[in-house]
Design a protein around this ligand. Structure first.
Ligand SMILES: Cc1ncc(C[n+]2csc(CCOP(=O)(O)OP(=O)(O)O)c2C)c(N)n1
Ligand SMILES: [Mg+2]
Length: 307
């Protein structure tokens, strides 16, 4: 593994502290973009990305702060984007749900469930045609596997033996709907129907296990073994969209959350938290300050870059 446990921990903690800062700022309405927080799910994202080469490409969903930061996205420009400022990654026009940082391979994220799957597929096909050594990773939620495009992408990726890794972050929920009420199929068997190998990590909080599995899978995909499906089970601590915890809505039990949190290294490893927290708090405060001081785009920007 190219990244040490401490570095993965630091990266995951960096994401958590940044998202906790977003939650703190949000009631002020300075951030008008809807926000889908990854709190609880950052460990597996940090571990997955730690196992990839820096030049590998990643495509993901609206729950994108974690992937953006772990893939090397600039923190001040992320906050500026959330604030709708001209200095934002996408000049303040994309908001939280469409972060990208092509400089280090985060090629796109989208509010439309499963939308980036076909983009990842196309990129993987291009890498193959050009004889490149990079692989493409598609990181999407459990609900995306119900979309027709997921099945089409499995088929084409298997047919062409593309260098594409489908990572499914399974938090068991699509907004308020549990997986058991939505899916009549097994992901493993579905992948198997296309001859695609499937791996499961039952605990997304276990960063060494996720980084180890992701590294082994990525090496096979890179060596020309064709696409793979990697499911990571996780738990989101916050509501689907927004910055509250919505246990009062009755679709899940606080005890589930407490059981995950009791094992969560970002909550329990006081030694590593103490080691990194002050430095990360300073980085985040500087990013927020940058966003607050930056100007909004001028009115003549409104139709540029959008059509
Ligand atoms: C094509 C499409 N259908 C429905 C929606 C509404 N929607 C937004 S998020 C979401 C649930 C997605 O769940 P999942 O893929 O498991 O990701 P998670 O939010 O759990 O990370 C739905 C149905 C949408 N954005 N796009
Ligand atoms: Mg989900």
């Amino acid at each position: 593994m190219k990244t040490s446990y401490e570095e993965m921990f630091r990266q995951a903690l960096r994401i958590r502290l940044a998202e906790e800062k977003i939650a703190e700022i949000y009631p002020s309405d300075k951030i008008q973009s809807p926000v889908h927080l990854s709190i609880g799910q950052e460990p597996h994202t940090a571990a997955l990305i730690a196992a990839l080469a820096d030049t590998d490409q990643l495509y993901t969903t609206y729950r994108s702060h974690a992937a953006y930061l772990a893939k090397g996205g600039d923190m001040p420009r992320m906050f500026a984007e959330l604030y709708g400022k001209a200095a934002g990654v996408s000049k303040g026009k994309a908001g939280s749900m469409h972060l990208c940082w092509p400089e280090t391979g985060l090629m796109g994220s989208s509010a439309i469930v499963a939308a980036t799957l076909s983009h990842a597929l196309g990129a993987a096909y291009a890498f193959q045609l050009r004889g490149r050594s990079e692989i493409v990773v598609s990181l999407t939620g459990d609900d995306s596997t119900e979309e027709g495009v997921f099945h089409e992408c499995l088929n084409f990726a298997a047919l062409k033996k593309l260098p594409l890794l489908f990572v499914i972050e399974n938090n068991g929920l699509a907004i308020h709907s549990h997986l058991a009420t939505r899916q009549a199929f097994s992901l493993e068997k579905l992948a198997g129907a296309y001859g695609i190998p499937y791996t499961l990590s039952k605990d997304g909080l276990d960063m060494p296990a996720v980084a180890g599995a992701a590294g082994r899978i990525a090496a096979r995909v890179r060596a020309g073994g064709g696409p793979e499906v990697y499911e990571i089970r996780a738990y989101r601590y916050m509501q689907h969209v927004g910055v509250a915890q919505d246990f009062d809505k009755g679709y899940r039990d606080r005890a589930e959350y407490e059981a995950w949190r009791a094992r969560d290294p970002l909550a329990t490893d006081k030694t590593l938290i103490a080691k990194f927290k002050s430095e990360l708090d300073r980085e985040i405060a500087a990013a927020v300050d940058f966003a607050e001081r930056s100007p909004f785009p001028s009115c003549d920007e409104v139709l540029k870059d959008v059509c």
